[in-house]
Design a protein around this ligand. Structure first.
Ligand SMILES: Cc1cc2nc3c(=O)[nH]c(=O)nc-3n(C[C@H](O)[C@H](O)[C@H](O)COP(=O)(O)OP(=O)(O)OC[C@H]3O[C@@H](n4cnc5c(N)ncnc54)[C@H](O)[C@@H]3O)c2cc1C
Ligand SMILES: Cc1cc2nc3c(=O)[nH]c(=O)nc-3n(C[C@H](O)[C@H](O)[C@H](O)COP(=O)(O)O)c2cc1C
Length: 579
């Protein structure tokens, strides 16, 4: 069943609003609302009668929306076969409410370095904590999404699965760990799960079941906007190894909306040279027809746009071992998951193709390579100020690999784009990284490098809306002369009164100075801002900003009492956008 075929009575914007509202409700509110709507429904409409007693809660933990889309799809499938189910962001779920459920399905990703998705950190900590309630009587199942190229593959799902059992829950079906090609394993797991959930009423006709929001919303990973590059300009020093560029992209469709704090997902192409090298190694022309995501394409396009040509996955390794019959590869495949992962970590796709030559048919090749993943980039402008462009601030990502210096796929692609080139992208909402609704509450904005991007969007929004929000910016980069990103605009914001305080940490001026230092040195001022209800934002390099947060937490808790920082987090006054 495709979501397009569903005929609910709402317009797309209206439907989006409904989903935004539902995702923001906690258990109690959702339960109350379902009863309220049921009471208002015509008595003879069986499709609108909830029997919340055995309502299945499908809690999701997501950052890039895969788990959200799966959770909504599962809820839709449940309702279609007469199972009362509701998909809900685990970030909105309170543990005590969970304990009252009979059926709990968790669909969660792992992010960071084996961390729970940021929106569910509080939920996760409460579940893992000593105060967690007993969950005896609860029946649960866990679907874990991850990426096997990360050291700690699917650990959040694994930890939650183990914890639910330790707290007395009863597993309905075994956990499924999914790699980046999660669609099929997730589909099969859901089909098995549907067999173990209770049907509480007659099946709901498909026309009355709500669609997954990702599809109903318009632009998505599967349906990106193709747009044009207007400007691609180096913002940083000419000799810098990892330059930072400012990109301006045309935005001609008013239906494509992003708010300050949101990102876009970029569907990058692999470099033509890398595609040519793969075709050469395999002695294929590139014209061979293949099918990817139900589309017929020439192989060269599939390799350019849809296949990960960098990281080989275990499916590729197995297929390559079979094709080549090579003893080393066969030994690795037979040795088990840990050995396979260690081997894959030392090889990129081209290393395998060159070291272990083989001649697969084109379709087998695209079926066994991992799907190329979109990358997120924060939007650096406010549509309230510039409504027909999207601005990005992108740093070339470089890393060492087996003695070579490599460049990241998407950042290289973006930095190489020329005005007039086209680019595919979709909006990615980050509702936890927004300016406070109350314009009088101050904000403290801490950025490292490209972390400045969403703050530029904030300043534009504040100016466009004539908001009087007091802002304090702390920004770090390498060189004062070369790397003061958006310096003139920040000075303008200061002149216009939108930027009350600014502190910078440039390594060439103050080697070794930490990003947290300006705030620690002015801790009385920091505490005054927090006392006035300030929201604090952290954006940019994860390792560096995690250190900043640790230092600030120590200082704030030291001065205001243990647990104060956690309270800020609970009150949703800490906003993190770390990568
Ligand atoms: C919410 C969010 C907002 C962001 N905003 C911005 C922004 O505004 N500006 C910005 O510049 N960036 C931003 N980023 C980061 C961005 O999304 C990318 O992660 C970054 O640009 C690097 O992507 P890349 O494709 O260039 O590198 P990649 O191609 O993803 O880098 C390759 C990675 O693969 C690993 N690897 C290589 N070979 C193997 C192997 N065989 N096995 C296992 N691993 C291997 C490497 O170690 C490296 O980590 C943001 C990220 C997030 C999550
Ligand atoms: C910045 C980042 C860090 C990630 N870290 C991990 C990790 O440590 N372990 C893992 O198994 N997967 C990791 N992943 C992969 C995600 O779990 C995977 O892409 C998943 O499908 C995302 O689901 P979501 O869209 O619901 O957030 C990471 C992905 C990103 C973008």
């Amino acid at each position: 069943m495709t979501a397009h075929a569903l005929a609910h009575p709402f317009s797309a914007p209206h439907w989006k609003q409904i989903h935004q509202l539902l995702d923001g409700l906690d258990d109690r509110q959702a339960f109350w609302l379902s009863g309220y709507l049921a009471a208002r429904a015509p008595a003879d409409n069986p499709t609108l009668t909830p029997s919340a007693g055995n309502l299945v809660l499908i809690g999701f933990g997501t950052e890039t929306d895969n788990c959200r889309a799966l959770a909504h799809r599962l809820a839709e499938q449940c309702r279609a076969v007469g199972i009362d189910a509701q998909a809900q962001d685990l970030g909105q779920v309170r543990l005590r409410q969970l304990a009252k459920r009979e059926y709990l399905v968790i669909i969660t990703a792992t992010h960071g370095d084996g961390d729970p998705p940021e929106p569910i950190v509080d939920f996760y900590q409460a579940l893992m904590g000593e105060q967690a309630p007993t969950l005896e009587g609860i029946k649960f199942a866990v679907l874990a999404l991850g990426d096997s190229s990360y050291e700690r593959f699917c650990v959040t799902g694994q930890e939650i699965d183990a914890r639910l059992e330790a707290l007395g829950g009863q597993r309905l079906i075994d956990r499924q760990d999914c790699d980046v090609d999660f669609q099929n394993p997730a589909k099969n797991w859901m089909a098995r799960l549907l067999e173990s959930l209770p049907k509480s009423r007659q099946a709901t006709p498909a026309s009355a079941t709500p669609a997954a929001p990702a599809v109903a919303d318009g632009y998505s990973k599967a349906r990106p906007l193709t747009t044009e590059v207007l400007v691609n300009q180096n913002l940083s020093g000419a000799h810098r190894q990892a330059p930072i560029h400012h990109l301006e992209l045309a935005l001609d469709d008013p239906a494509f909306t992003v708010a300050p704090g949101d990102a876009v997902g970029i569907l990058a192409d692999n470099p033509p040279r890398q595609v040519a090298a793969v075709l050469d190694a395999l002695e294929l022309s590139g014209e061979e027809p293949v099918t990817v995501q139900e589309q017929a394409l020439p192989l060269v396009q599939a390799l350019r746009q849809y296949c990960d040509l960098t990281i080989p996955g275990s499916a590729f390794l197995k297929s390559w071992a079979e094709l080549t019959g090579d003893a080393t590869l066969t030994t690795v495949v037979e040795a088990g998951t840990a050995e396979q992962r260690a081997f894959l970590k030392r090889h990129q796709v081209l290393d395998l193709l060159r070291r272990y030559p083989a001649h697969p048919d084109a379709q087998t090749l695209v079926d066994t390579l991992r799907p190329l993943q979109p990358r997120l980039y924060d939007v650096a402008n406010s549509l309230a100020a510039i409504d027909d462009e999207l601005h990005l601030t992108v740093k070339r990502f470089q890393y060492d690999f087996e003695g070579r210096r490599e460049t990241g796929v998407a950042s290289r692609y973006l930095l190489d784009l020329q005005p007039g080139d086209s680019v595919r992208l979709y909006p990615h909402a980050n509702t936890r990284f927004r300016l406070p609704d109350d314009a009088n509450l101050p904000v403290i904005l801490i950025a490292e490098g490209t972390g400045i991007a969403p703050y530029r969007a904030f300043f534009q929004a504040l100016a466009a809306e004539s908001r009087a929000t007091p802002c304090w910016l702390v920004f770090a980069e390498h060189h004062f002369e070369d790397d003061f990103l958006y310096q003139l605009e920040l000075q303008q914001a200061r002149t216009d009164g939108h930027l009350e305080r600014i502190d910078t940490v440039f390594q060439d001026q103050h080697p070794g100075r930490a990003l947290a230092d300006p705030l620690l040195e002015q801790s009385d001022e920091l505490l005054r801002w927090l006392d006035r209800g300030a929201h604090l934002y952290l954006c940019g390099d994860k390792a560096r900003l995690t250190e900043v947060e640790k230092a600030l937490q120590e200082r704030v808790d030291g001065q205001l009492g243990q647990g104060h920082w956690k309270q800020l987090s609970k009150a949703k006054r800490l906003h993190r956008n770390l990568y």
